[in-house]
Design a protein around this ligand. Structure first.
Ligand code: MF3
Ligand code: CO
Length: 253
């Protein structure tokens, strides 16, 4: 499928979806504390998104049973909120959510500390976030997709981390997942040429140990194969002729 170029009107909707999502994730980050359940997080997130008259895009997406993906420690992505799953001091928790505003999507993730975390955990979270910013440096018209992918992988691997290969970033717009796929590893080819008006969800998923992952029996939760920690950081990004615009880092709400 061809990669869509969004009109000014479409971009305005995505910008608003991004602003609301960033506000939602900030709300969750502030609310997180030991003793909370992952279902508490889902409730707060869904209520916040719906308070803007928007729809949490993950809700019932391919049968996903909740609104926010909440993944703890060795869980990479797509953890299912559960009232019996309680956050404890020292955990790291990734929060992944999507918003639909007037038919247009935003998608973003943050990994946050619960109370005091180990140095290993803090470094993983910091480097994973930095991986996104290394990649986004290349998110400019005229560059090729693999410029983003390769720079994320190189940065993560220079710190000895494993880069998840089984899940990738993606185009986004009128649908949560559009072309192109945006891997966090070197594709071994240049990939498409980036053009103004393309919108991408860039989302490094980085492991302390091996890059290999497994699926739990719930058919959603992805965990590291070696049980080591994993982190996730994602934003919805607009390609322009100049600096990329990061819709889900807009703090104006
Ligand atoms: N956040 C995921 C992504 O970035 C999608 C979550 S799928 C869901 O592609 F089913 F959990 F919603
Ligand atoms: Co995504």
């Amino acid at each position: 499928m061809a990669v869509s170029i969004k009109s000014a009107k479409e971009l305005e909707r995505m910008r608003e979806a991004g602003r609301i999502l960033n506000y939602t994730l900030r709300t969750l980050e502030k609310a997180i504390r030991p003793g909370m359940s992952t279902l508490d997080i889902d409730r707060i997130g869904a209520e916040t998104i719906r308070s803007f008259g928007c729809v949490p895009s993950f809700f019932h997406y391919n049968g996903y049973p909740a609104s926010i993906c909440v993944s703890i420690n060795d869980e990479v992505v797509h953890g299912i909120p559960d009232k019996h799953r309680i956050l404890k001091n020292g955990d790291i928790v990734s929060l992944d959510a999507g918003v639909i505003y007037k038919g247009y999507h935003s998608d973003a993730a943050r990994t946050v500390a619960v109370g005091e975390v180990s140095e290993e955990a803090q470094q993983l979270m910091d480097i994973t976030k930095q991986c996104f910013f290394e990649g986004v440096k290349y998110a400019k018209a005229g560059n090729h997709l693999n410029d983003i992918c390769r720079s994320i992988a190189d940065f993560a691997e220079s710190h000895g981390y494993g880069v998840v290969r089984d899940l990738v970033g993606h185009g986004i717009g009128a649908h949560l997942h559009e072309d192109p796929e945006v891997p966090n590893f070197n594709m071994g080819r240049r990939g498409i040429r980036l053009k103004p008006g393309m919108t991408l969800a860039i989302e490094p998923m980085i492991n302390v140990g091996t890059w290999e992952v497994e699926w739990l029996d719930d058919e959603w939760t992805v965990v590291t194969a070696d049980g080591e920690l994993s982190a996730h950081y994602e934003n919805t990004v607009l390609i322009t002729d100049g600096e990329p615009e990061i819709f889900t880092l807009n703090d104006s709400l």
